[in-house]
Design a protein around this ligand. Structure first.
Ligand code: NAP
Ligand code: F7E
Length: 326
């Protein structure tokens, strides 16, 4: 039997790299779209470079998306590409909307235009709940985004639902709460903290500048969540699902857990810096993933303390200044 073909946007990112590994283990032929960059941007997938087919493209370039859908004819499309940094989205709102919002429309429309019969996954986000209207958040909780990023993801969510309803496409939204790993980008708060701990232990850093320590997040492990994304596309009918751990912790608790693990007192290192406060903040996220548990049999395997330790262990081992993800 011919291998199933998967197409991933954002394959060079945290989630894309885990998803590519998962799909290769399941014997898919994996195509990944990468952007041209003036320096290498494939550190997270270098270990599987020979096993995946990389093609150039960009979510802002519709003609390329059409050509890629026509020539590859994938069975499953995972749209993970995005300008994914919430604070940065306030600095570059139009680019964020173009990539993170309009990019989803361009890809869906390429699939429709080219008549490709595939299943489509959209990387939705708990940032859509923003200034939350109820806690815990479920698939029925109304959205109230608080950043250009969140607003762009709400567009991505609705256009995915609209293409499902209007054209009968198999298109699903994963509504994923924060998920982290040793491959997390270095400017997200978990990785910023664990990298700083590594540098402090090596005597390379003696200060860690952070913003709001009171914000609370539902933090899980990225690989668990990419297993869930794949499971969503295997269901008989397309539907939308939350993936979350059902636990919430403040940034302050993250500091306690991470610095406590290596027996350091974070109060000696952390300085509050106004630059890291957002124009409008998301104070509390806590997800209810019962639907994914009941309908897909999905469960998060890694809990908060284990996740933090995994990341600290990775970052204390690192001997080089450049990024080494795997
Ligand atoms: P990430 O590490 O920031 O990766 C983002 C990926 O998107 C990278 O491969 C990046 O390529 C690519 N990209 C950026 N702009 C693009 C463009 N214009 N055209 C094509 N590709 C572009 O993000 P992640 O944490 O893996 O998250 C994956 C997806 O899930 C994103 O859509 C994110 O918004 C969403 N999400 C993430 C979380 C989370 O907690 N991690 C939660 C909910 C939803 P370069 O490497 O070239 O920059
Ligand atoms: O911030 C606070 C910050 O940037 C978490 C993305 O993957 O998850 C991610 O978005 C919290 C916020 O993630 C610093 O104010 C304090 O309250 O790690 P973050 P995020 O904004 O939750 C969602 C689900 C996504 O979809 C996004 O793509 O931590 N915080 N001090 C800080 N945050 C950062 N980055 N840096 C600080 O110094």
């Amino acid at each position: 039997m011919a291998k199933r073909k998967a197409f991933i946007t954002g394959i060079t990112g945290q989630d894309g790299s885990y998803l590519a590994e998962i799909l290769l283990e399941k014997d898919y032929e994996v195509y990944g779209m990468i952007r041209r960059s003036s320096s290498f941007n494939t550190a997270r997938i270098d270990h599987i470079f020979g096993d995946v087919e990389l093609v150039f493209g960009d979510l802002t370039d519709g003609s390329v998306l059409n050509r890629l859908m026509r020539t590859i004819q994938p069975d499953e499309v995972y749209n993970l590409g995005a300008q994914s940094h919430v604070q940065v989205s306030f600095e570059i709102p139009e680019f964020t909307a173009d990539t993170t919002g309009m990019g989803t429309l361009r890809l869906l429309d390429a699939i429709r235009e080219e008549g490709v019969r595939c299943r489509f996954y959209e990387a939705g986000s708990s940032e859509m709940f923003g200034k939350v209207l109820e806690t815990p958040q479920t698939e029925a909780t109304p959205f109230y985004p608080r950043s250009p990023y969140g607003v762009s993801k709400v567009f991505g969510y609705w256009i995915t639902r609209n293409y499902r309803e209007a054209y009968g496409m198999y298109a699903v939204n994963g509504i994923l709460f924060n998920h982290e790993s040793p491959r997390r980008g270095p400017t997200f708060v978990t990785r910023k903290v664990t990298r700083a701990i590594g540098a402090i232990l090596r005597g390379e850093q003696d200060e860690l500048r952070l913003g709001n320590l009171e914000a609370k997040r539902d933090w899980g492990f990225a690989r668990d969540y990419m297993e869930g994304a794949w499971q969503m596309l295997q269901a008989e009918e397309p539907d939308d699902y939350i993936l979350a751990t059902g636990e919430t912790h403040s940034v302050r608790e993250l500091l306690d857990e991470a610095f406590g693990y290596v027996e350091l007192d974070w109060n000696k290192y952390v300085k509050i810096d106004e630059r890291y406060f957002r124009p409008s903040e998301v104070d509390l996220l806590l997800g209810d993933a019962s639907k994914a548990r009941e309908k897909l049999g999905w469960e998060p395997r890694v809990r908060f303390p284990e996740l933090v330790r995994m990341m600290v262990d990775h970052d204390r081992e690192r001997r080089h200044t450049e990024e080494h993800y795997v």
